[in-house]
Design a protein around this ligand. Structure first.
Ligand SMILES: [Zn+2]
Length: 313
């Protein structure tokens, strides 16, 4: 989430209220304890006030900390090399207008400041970091007050891996994994698969976007939907997916069959498709496209269409 002047103002106001409340409560508790010694109560008042104010200031600092840190990160210059990587690798970024590109860059900066990207038995560079961050930003670009609050680290593996997280054992078919249970707060991505999602190797697949779509769904289930997502559309989506998984329609054979594993994979696979080849999805299944357009609060078919037309204007 970006810190707009309005969000900063609201955070400052709520922090002041919280700090005031903490000051009053702590001072009162302190005085209550001191009241046991009534004869000394007057002498305790200044001390209790000092303790209360100290707690209040601490609360204000804690409550403002995230917002201030993000403002500092957003105000840092965006390195030219990073911009070059986005321009050469990320079609979505190139399709945005200048204002939205600025928003995208700031979201990337915030993501990389708050989530570690670590290579496991493999080197990672700015390209990998930028592609991980782009995969995170693309699905949530239509939301204005939403964070990957449960994610702390993305591990980048040198290749596909198996159920034991081995990249050199048998049955290595996993390209990405979003943490559950013991892996909570961690995502794993295969480096070659991540790169392939951005080099035009696949028409509808992007493992980075796929895994972040899982996170969006998990977080929305436990913390509530982003405000931009209409509840009716989600109800419509859930009913549609249940019907489709039970009785797959022949006309939807263009959807990667892995999506038919369960409702979560269906959502993640369709999210990749929606952002990778929106024109194709819209053309083949306009109703399905429209549901995803409302869920993500984005219209990538128009975005890419506009970007592709603009050079002739
Ligand atoms: Zn998946």
């Amino acid at each position: 989430m970006l810190v707009t002047p309005d969000i900063d103002r609201r955070n400052r106001r709520s922090s002041r209220w919280l700090a005031g409340l903490v000051t009053i409560v702590v001072t009162s508790v302190c005085l209550g304890q001191s009241a046991i010694h009534w004869q000394n109560l007057i002498g305790y008042i200044p001390w209790c006030l000092v303790v209360g104010v100290a707690f209040g200031l601490g609360t204000y600092w804690l409550s403002r900390r995230k917002c201030r840190r993000r403002l500092r990160v957003m105000n840092r210059p965006f390195p030219n090399e990073w911009e070059e990587i986005l321009k050469t690798r990320v079609d979505f970024y190139n399709a945005l207008n200048e204002f939205d590109q600025d928003r995208f860059r700031k979201l990337v900066q915030i993501f990389l400041a708050e989530v570690r990207v670590t290579g496991i038995r493999t080197d990672i560079d700015d390209t990998i970091r930028l592609l991980v961050a782009s995969s995170a930003v693309i699905p949530i670009f239509g939301f204005h007050d939403w964070d990957y609050s449960r994610l702390s680290e993305v591990l980048v593996y040198p290749d596909a891996f198996n159920d034991e997280y081995q990249t050199d054992g048998e049955d290595r078919r996993i390209l990405g994994l979003t943490g559950l249970a013991s892996l909570s707060g961690v995502m794993i991505l295969s480096k070659p698969a991540l790169l392939a999602g951005y080099n035009g190797a696949f028409a509808k697949e992007n493992v980075g976007i796929h895994e972040f779509a899982h996170l969006v769904e998990q977080q929305a289930e436990s913390h509530g939907l982003p405000v931009e997502v209409p509840h009716d559309t989600v109800r419509q989506w859930i009913a549609f997916v249940a019907r489709e998984l039970k009785d797959p329609q022949h006309s939807r054979a263009h959807i990667n069959e892995y999506g038919y594993t369960n409702e979560h994979e269906f959502f993640a696979v369709l999210t990749e498709y929606f952002f990778k080849s929106p024109d194709s999805l819209k053309h083949r299944d306009p109703v399905l496209y429209d549901m995803l357009r409302q869920i993500f609060h984005q219209d990538p078919a128009s975005l890419f269409g506009h970007a592709h037309r603009s050079p002739t204007h």
